[in-house]
Design a protein around this ligand. Sequence first.
Ligand SMILES: Cc1cc2nc3c(=O)[nH]c(=O)nc-3n(C[C@H](O)[C@H](O)[C@H](O)COP(=O)(O)O)c2cc1C
Length: 190
Amino acid sequence: MCDHSVSLIPDTLQKLFDNSSIALSLADAGQDKPLIAINTPFCNLTGYTKNEIIGRNCRFLQKNADNTIARKELREFLDNKGDLSIRKALINFKSDGTPFINLLYMSRLCDSKGNTRFILASQFEISNSYPETFAHYGIELQSTVQKITPAVAQAGIILEGSIRAIANSTSMIAQAKLTLEELKNSGPVF
Ligand SMILES: Cc1cc2nc3c(=O)[nH]c(=O)nc-3n(C[C@H](O)[C@H](O)[C@H](O)COP(=O)(O)O)c2cc1C
């Protein structure tokens, strides 16, 4: 598969992102993983404009929050050491300084040689009123992944990760609730 078609992936995915109601982002797998595509729900969630985000590593949303353990696991995942996909709760800040808990999902997009070319991510704000919205989010994320898989396959790119894991919204809700409780119980987090 020629590299030309791989270079079209950001544009292809941007179109899919634009039709989605959940926050989505795509990073280049090289260098410091700069964001190369995001959608309006991502901007609405974070309060930043596209111009303020594209080209940057998304860690800027963490400001000086102590996400040490989650960050280590994200780095291991990005270094190809972890599972096929990852879901971690991180403390992030909106552009106006409001802190929130971001449940971050990431999956790798690899070429036929197994090299990671892009990272797909989705962000969800965990709040106290989330069970129904979270269930809806899980369905949307699953549907997005299902659409992305054939779209990138045309360029010889494989989206890693299990759709089944995303679809299991009951365990996702339980996991998120637990994470929220753990963060609350671990003292002042912000
Ligand atoms: C596509 C993509 C989206 C990401 N989105 C977020 C995000 O919304 N919030 C966040 O805190 N980190 C996000 N990250 C993770 C950070 O960019 C970074 O990988 C993480 O903080 C671990 O690396 P570090 O310790 O070098 O910062 C994202 C990463 C990628 C590749």
